[in-house]
Every structure is written in C-alpha cells, then in structure tokens.
Design a protein around this ligand. Structure first.
Ligand SMILES: C[S@@+](CC[C@H](N)C(=O)[O-])C[C@H]1O[C@@H](n2cnc3c(N)ncnc32)[C@H](O)[C@@H]1O
Length: 294
C-alpha cells in the first residue's frame, strides 16, 4: 500500500508523501524528496515524491535522516541491524514485555519514534497487547515503507497510524500512554538536537508515561576491544575484510553516541524523565525504561 494512502486522521492534512507503487518506477524524473522548498533532486531508483511545504526547523530537517536512511539502507536494514546489534530481537521483545508489565492490557496508544526499518517495536508489542494502537513516526520514507510492509503482513496496519515526519513535527494531541525511541539518538550528531528530541517526546507523553530508549551509548573509539569484536561479528556473518571495513564505516557514518551511560541518564533527567532502569546491553548498545515525571 502507498504511504499516502496509509496516512490516517489526525495526520491526513499534512503534506502527503507519495511513494510510487511497485512497477511504476519513474527513473530519471525530477522529484521533490522531502527537501526544503524549491530544492529538487533527480530520482534514480524508486520515486519518492513529496509536496514539501513543511517549514524546516533549524537543524531539524527530515532531509538528513532521509538521505542517510535511503532506499538501499532500508532494503538491507532488517538483516544488517541484526548483525550490527547482537540481541536485536531480544531487546525489542524485552521492551514490549516491560511496557506490557507497566501498562497492563487495556487500550493504550504508543508513539513509536523512528519506527522505520523493521517495525519491530510494533510487531512485538501488538502481539502481546491486542488492545494497543500505535503511531509510527519516521522522516525517512523508504524506512517507513519497509516497516509498514511487515506491519501489514502481520495484519496490524489497522492498529497503526503512519506519520511521515520527525517527532518534532508531530501535531500535538491528547498525549500518548507510552513511547519508544530505539536506535535513533546516536544518529543525531548535535547535542542540542538530541536534547530537543527527548524533550519533544516527553511533551507528547502523558505524565508518568513510560519511554523505552535504546541507543549506542559511548564513543566508538573509546572501546577498541568492542570495535574489534564488532568487526569479528561481521566476519562471523560471512563478511570479508573489505566488507567488514565498509560495514563498520557505514554504521558509524554520521553517528555520534552519547559520551556514557551516565550522560544518557543526565539527558533523560534534563528532558523531564525519571527513574531510568537499564534492561539490556550489548557491546556499544544499551536500553532503558524511564518515565515522564508526574
Ligand atoms: C536505525 S533506524 C530505525 C530504528 C528502529 N527503531 C529499529 O529498532 O530498528 C533510525 C530511524 O530513526 C529515524 N529518525 C531520525 N531522527 C528522527 C526524529 N527526529 N524523529 C523520528 N524519527 C527519526 C530515521 O529516519 C531512521 O529511520
């Protein structure tokens, strides 16, 4: 199904992003792909078409994320993320179990920030909690489409509202019962944008609402042994030496993890979250459940 067709109220009035249906590739045509107004680029693979009239917030364009998480990255994402992050599925399963344990089984709304790629947050939580609904927010249309393909295949599109845009662009609403931010924070280089994203997430949560935060949590160069082990994991998955270098280069490109776990917890506190509890760790990666202050 096309992303535009998946947009549901209250987001249907946003500028629509239309992804061409399979078999309708518009190779070579000029298209506007989530770029600031008047900027265009030639579409070389799949045609992503957006009537982009959104004002771009300072340093907060969707464009950088869309460029980084492009079509080729979205296609390989499900496989690559499971190699890059040992325990990818376990982390998602535990996140869903923690939310379920905290929120119970009544109808709840969950904001899934950075939902693109596998849609694993939704696949896990929806299976456990049939009464929950989800908003899948992501500015990278290729990633979002990839995730929605899996969500549709699991019969969950009726419980999932697609929002093509950043958390910061999400319209104000009644407040979500819970939110997730998995694998996003270390892809945002600037500290002030990391802080702003956490603040904006908090603004959209009900008081006391849980947030699952997972990200790489220390500079890569600070742990040479972890870097070596990371490379070894790619070898274990069949990569040759050139591929290992390429894979690690691509994963690290533009990624700036927080300085430490303590720095993550300080960031959470500054954004109005309390009682962070780490529940998962794997090489550079950690995951926490935390709560918006009452
Ligand atoms: C590594 S990927 C997907 C991670 C996914 N949650 C998972 O668990 O596999 C990170 C995604 O975050 C999205 N993203 C980056 N900045 C964002 C923001 N401000 N709001 C929402 N999504 C964002 C990117 O477009 C990208 O698709």
């Amino acid at each position: 199904m096309q992303i535009a067709a998946r947009l549901q109220a209250p987001f249907a009035s946003k500028p629509l992003c239309v992804i061409s249906a399979p078999g309708h590739r518009r190779e070579g045509q000029t298209c506007i792909f989530n770029m600031p107004p008047k900027q265009t680029m030639a579409c070389t693979k799949e045609c992503f078409w957006r009537q982009c009239t959104l004002p771009t917030m300072a340093g907060m364009t969707s464009t950088s994320s869309s460029a980084k998480f492009d079509l080729s990255r979205s296609i390989e994402y499900a496989t690559q993320s499971r190699i890059a992050l040992a325990g990818y599925d376990a982390c998602h399963e535990l996140a869903a179990c923690l939310l379920s344990a905290h929120l119970g089984h009544d109808a709840k709304s969950v904001l899934v920030a950075g939902a693109g790629g596998t849609g694993q947050e939704i696949l896990c939580a929806a299976k456990l909690e049939p009464a929950w609904t989800f908003v899948a927010a992501d500015p990278a249309v290729a990633m979002l489409d990839q995730a929605m393909t899996g969500i549709e295949a699991a019969g969950l599109s009726g419980r999932t509202t697609v929002f093509h845009g950043t958390v910061e662009e999400l319209p104000d609403g009644d407040g979500f019962d819970a939110a997730t931010l998995v694998g996003v924070l270390h892809h945002i280089p600037e500290q002030d944008r990391k802080d702003a994203l956490l603040r904006e997430l908090g603004r959209r949560l009900k008081p006391g609402g849980p947030l699952i935060l997972a990200c790489n949590r220390c500079p890569y160069e600070s742990q040479p042994l972890f870097l070596e082990a990371w490379a070894a994991r790619w070898r274990m998955a069949g990569a040759d030496e050139a591929e290992v270098v390429a894979k690690l280069g691509k994963i690290r490109q533009g990624a700036v993890p927080p300085l430490s776990e303590a720095a993550v917890e300080t960031m959470l506190a500054n954004a109005g979250f309390v009682n962070p509890l780490r529940f998962f760790s794997s090489l550079f990666w950690s995951a926490w459940i935390t709560f918006k202050a009452q």
